[in-house]
Design a protein around this ligand. Structure first.
Ligand code: SAH
Length: 450
């Protein structure tokens, strides 16, 4: 066991899923933030367990050629991003490597390399922000949580967001301070404003502002609306009522104070309506490339019925509709399903159907009704597929399964389960939808073993 507060020499050999460097010292895995593969450094041990430890660099002995000066002034404190200390080349390489290692170690594959759809820019790409708020000396401010805490780090200008988004944050903060709106304090479960949520259509430029509040009304809403109207693209102001304790950001009730309560955006040549509760990928350019890759891997024909599980507002479902005979989407959030149905209509798509429910259960019901699926697309949240979904996939026995994933570890676990059910991995690709952040997306295709 390593000794706390002692300094050791370390060589960084790998990365964790969260993007920290990993070194092995005396047989113990040591996790070191802000470290780059290949670097030699002195590390102070801050936490020591039997098989692992956590430490901090006290001195860099050999710097990686990939190390760069951080462009973001709060990068070291803010928990939003992970990689401002390295160049993009290293970031893209480590993300591809992570997907490859998961598929090999957990998925039982032996892939030598995996391509990654690298991002053309790390700046201004995020179309959604959820700023937590806090107060200091009776003044409310907004920013992002410090890594691993609920302490709000003020961030004047977040480099991965478009300027309009930060402008909304500043406008809301000014209004809040003028009208003495209190910041929510989660320990006391008191105070009104919890989060400022902003979503901006990358193509439409439309801006949705949603204030998450521990209550049902805000003072002088018209004063806020008048100020927001000065921001280019401002379309709608909504309140999300969240009076519950806990970490969930949005509440279940939404009250529209101005505009239609949703925004629109264009993706893959289609127009989408987006309610605050509906999922929409945060990186428009990269999402479009990811979906194009998924659709091309699906190899759909006009005779095919395609099932899209975890379909959100129907982005992938509707983008596949023109190539397929019929497309069916399943999604658990009712507002997203309403958006999806509306999206089919507004794009004049008539061969799409949407169902609200748990993906696995709904798929089993569809199968029991005699529906056939030639191709199934799944795009689940981080926890991956549940047992019902795996069972439904096995009963449908589609020709191809295209799996879009935001967590390579659960993807690899599910790949192994699908292999037990007669599928083989055909294609695997990583995609970077979150430059400067440790998350990585991937898309794989599995085909039925003849
Ligand atoms: N394919 C869509 C959405 C992907 S995100 C897109 O790319 O835009 C994953 C989606 O799965 C979210 O919309 C989430 O609400 C939904 N979801 C989460 N759990 C689910 C479940 N058990 N059954 C069906 N959908 C679920």
């Amino acid at each position: 066991m390593l000794i706390k507060n002692q300094i050791y020499e370390a060589v960084i050999t790998d990365y964790t899923a969260e993007g920290q460097g990993v070194a092995h010292i005396e047989g113990c895995a040591v996790f070191i933030p802000n470290a780059i593969r290949g670097e030699k450094c002195l590390v102070r041990i801050e936490k020591a367990a039997k098989t692992w430890a956590a430490g901090k660099i006290t001195e860099l002995l050999e710097k990686s050629p990939h190390r760069v000066n951080r462009e973001c002034p709060v990068a070291k404190l803010c928990g939003g991003c992970d990689f401002w200390h390295m160049d993009y080349e290293e970031e893209a390489a480590l993300k591809a490597e992570r997907v490859r290692q998961c598929l090999n170690r957990i998925g039982g594959e032996s892939l030598e390399q995996i391509p990654i759809l690298g991002a053309p820019t790390c700046h201004g790409y995020r179309n959604k922000a959820q700023y937590p708020v806090a107060s200091r000396k009776n003044k409310v401010y907004a920013g992002f949580f410090r890594a691993g805490t609920h302490q709000v780090v003020e961030n004047e200008r977040c480099l991965i967001l478009p300027e309009e988004t930060d402008l909304v944050k500043d406008t809301v903060v000014d209004y809040v301070n003028q009208f003495r709106v209190s910041a929510y304090d989660e320990v006391a479960h008191a105070g009104l404003l919890r989060h400022i949520y902003v979503r901006r259509g990358a193509v439409s430029g439309q801006v949705l502002v949603c204030l998450v509040i521990n209550g049902r009304r805000i003072p002088k809403p018209e004063a806020l609306t008048e100020r927001l109207k000065k921001i280019p693209g401002f379309t709608t102001l909504v309140l999300s009522v969240n009076t519950k304790k806990g970490n969930a950001i949005l509440g279940d009730e939404f009250i529209t104070l101005h505009g239609p309560g949703y925004i629109e955006d264009t993706l893959c040549g289609l127009t989408f309506r987006l309610s605050p509760r509906s999922f929409y990928q945060v990186n428009h350019h990269q999402a479009q490339r990811l979906y194009e890759a998924a659709i091309s891997q699906a190899e759909i024909t006009k005779e095919d019925t395609v099932l899209d599980l975890y379909c959100g507002v129907g982005t992938i479902t509707l983008a596949m509709a023109s190539a397929a005979g019929k497309v069916i989407g399943v999604e658990v959030i009712p507002q997203a399903v309403e958006d999806a149905k509306d999206n089919a209509k507004r794009n004049g798509i008539e061969n799409a159907e949407f169902f609200c429910g748990d993906a696995g259960q709904a798929a089993l019901e569809l199968e029991a009704k005699g529906i056939k699926a030639d191709v199934v697309v799944v795009d689940p949240p981080r926890k991956g597929l549940n047992a019902d979904t795996i069972e439904a996939l096995s009963r449908f026995a589609p020709r191809r399964i295209v799996y879009v994933s935001c967590d390579p570890a659960t993807l690899a676990r599910d790949v192994a389960l699908l292999k037990e059910r007669g599928y083989v991995l055909k294609n695997a690709m990583a995609a970077d939808l979150f430059p400067r952040c440790a998350h990585v997306e991937s898309v794989v295709t599995m085909i039925k073993n003849a």
